[in-house]
Design a protein around this ligand. Structure first.
Ligand code: FES
Length: 145
């Protein structure tokens, strides 16, 4: 059912953890299954992503896609990081079963939310990045979980 790459990234996920004093943090929830993902970015003064870590409360496909997505954004500029779409991540993993495609959205959305957080903190605009809909960090308190 899963490709070898998916199994590899699920069993040995890269970049799990947190970054202290991260340049940007994004937390998103998956509307379909309720799983949660948080991404931390360390961006240098040239807007290059030096480090990225993630934590998830999600399924194996979410772990594998996040692991691959973090590998793909590392070393890219914040603008280039937008090319790491869930489609690109799925291709890099040699595909996901159709019922698991929504899981790959979590990584893309969390990266976008973290980039948005970085851009806001630094008063910059990242071309092509729109405000994340599902960043749950700001309205956590108002909602019942
Ligand atoms: Fe929730 Fe995969 S089932 S992220």
């Amino acid at each position: 059912m899963y490709s070898e790459k998916v199994m590899d990234h699920f069993q040995n996920p890269r970049n799990v953890g947190e970054i202290e004093d991260a340049s940007g943090i994004g937390t998103v929830g998956n509307a379909k299954c309720g799983d949660i993902m948080r991404i931390y970015l360390d961006v240098d003064e040239n807007q290059v992503i030096q480090d990225v870590k993630f934590k998830t409360f999600g399924c194996g496909a979410a772990v594998a896609t996040s692991s691959m997505a973090t590998e793909m954004v590392k070393g890219k500029t914040v603008n280039e990081a937008l090319t790491v779409t869930n489609k690109a991540v799925m291709e890099a993993l040699d595909g996901l079963p159709p019922v698991k495609v929504h899981c790959s959205l979590l990584a893309e959305e969390a990266i976008h939310a973290a980039l948005w957080d970085y851009a806001e903190k630094n008063h910059i605009k990242i071309e092509g990045l729109s405000k994340p809909k599902s960043d749950i960090s700001e309205h956590e308190e108002e909602e019942d979980y």
